[in-house]
Design a protein around this ligand. Structure first.
Ligand code: HEC
Ligand code: HEC
Length: 346
């Protein structure tokens, strides 16, 4: 009984967070390089964004005719109604083939320093050309994509409006640029975390604030910083203790395949954590479904310390405060096919 009384007094007398604490926590988060989503999104390199380009990019994002089978669009694996990913461990593409990696979300991808788990694409226009051609994804060829788009007069008009200065507007490059322009609109502002960073003390619950403090104090921010709380740098997955082969399959050496440097074996981009509560399963292998468990894996693998159930729950609560407002996206009506449109390939 005595002990219970002591515990009660302790929890009752524990200081409730006051505004000054909130200000200190906010300052700490700023020092740890955590940033809210900016109000103005800058144009990508060499690709000024116009409403015409965004409208075209949106059609292309949803158009399954960019794939050889005529069945798979970007939205198949990056479902904009479902957190911008496919919620599968690893993606399923052309001919029902299963790819080697989990699909990351396209929301806020514009803020990543480079694209893919290993950062092999410098930006979103370079990235977009990958899946269209990947044998396990859309399995198409650039010439076939251009022939398909060229065969539909409505697309030709949209390309001409999006690229008014181009002598030959319908190209594979411009397809990628239009998709990139659309992706600059796929940002999710006003997450509780953003509102807190902008001065709204009540945007985070007490547990989420404790989770944010732990996220900083435990050292997560050493790798997960910037607007996306990640997506900025590369680190060995298993810096201090290599996770099991289910989580880190030995066949996927990450950035090593990009740089061929031995020091890049099993190095991956620190994953961006915005909307993480919507994008299970986790890690490039998609092996973990539970966010608290993913946090615990990070503790042992990256920090060399156990994160207990209590702390993992608080950190996961904070990560849930990274879920932002998904923009309203009206499904585009896609241009009609003509008799010259190439037929789907098996
Ligand atoms: C068959 C499923 C599939 C299709 C179709 C697909 N993707 Fe992906 N996407 C993935 C997977 C899996 C990855 C991660 C691959 C890797 O890192 O090696 C990825 C990565 C990305 C990324 C990088 C995000 C990040 O955080 O690094 C972007 C952006 C993206 N895809 C956009 C697109 C666009 C645009 C299209 C259509 C042109 C598309 N994807 C089609 C499965 C798919
Ligand atoms: C040394 C750098 C480093 C530190 C420290 C670190 N991480 Fe990570 N984190 C990474 C890398 C790299 C990945 C990508 C792993 C992979 O390839 O699957 C990752 C992935 C994640 C994922 C999975 C994201 C997804 O989309 O599947 C979560 C969640 C995560 N980290 C949370 C945390 C938390 C919470 C902490 C602190 C307890 C932390 N990380 C500490 C580097 C780090």
């Amino acid at each position: 009984m005595k002990m219970l009384a002591v515990a009660l007094t302790l929890s009752l007398s524990a200081p409730t967070l006051v505004a000054a604490d909130d200000q200190a926590l906010r300052a700490k988060a700023q020092t740890a390089r955590l940033q809210p989503i900016p109000e103005v999104i800058e144009d990508p390199v060499d690709n000024p964004v116009t409403p015409e380009k965004v409208a075209l990019g949106k059609m292309l994002f949803f158009d399954p005719r960019l794939s050889a089978s005529g069945l798979i669009s970007c939205n198949t694996c990056h479902n904009l109604g479902m957190g911008g990913d496919d919620n599968l461990p690893t993606s399923v593409g052309h001919g029902w083939q299963r790819g080697p990696r989990n699909a990351p979300t396209v929301f806020n991808a514009i803020f990543n320093v480079a694209q893919f788990w290993d950062g092999r694409a410098a930006d979103l226009k370079a990235q977009a050309k990958g899946p269209i051609q990947a044998a396990v994804e859309m399995a198409n060829e650039p010439a076939q994509v251009v022939a398909t788009l060229q065969s539909m007069p409505e697309y030709v008009e949209h390309f001409a409006a999006a690229f008014p200065d181009a002598p030959e507007p319908v190209t594979f490059d411009n397809t990628a640029k239009a998709i990139e322009a659309f992706e600059t609109t796929l940002v999710t502002p006003n997450a509780p975390f953003d509102r807190f960073m902008r001065g709204e003390d009540d945007a985070l619950s007490a547990t989420q604030k404790e989770g944010l403090a732990l996220f900083i104090n435990r050292g997560c921010t050493a790798c997960h910083g910037g607007v996306n709380l990640g997506g900025q740098g590369y680190f060995p997955f298993g810096l201090l203790k290599r996770p099991g082969a289910d989580i880190l399959p030995p066949t996927d050496k990450g950035r090593f395949e990009v740089t061929r440097s031995a020091t890049d074996e099993y190095v991956f981009r620190a994953a961006p954590l915005r909307n993480i509560a919507l994008t299970a399963p986790y890690f490039h292998s998609g092996a973990i479904w539970d966010l608290k468990q993913a946090v615990a894996v990070m503790g042992t693998a990256q920090l060399g310390s156990e994160i207990g159930e209590g702390e993992a729950t608080k950190i996961a609560a904070f990560l849930e405060a990274l879920t932002g407002e998904v923009p309203t996206i009206t499904y585009p009506i896609l241009p009609a096919e003509t008799e010259t449109t190439p037929k789907p390939q098996p």
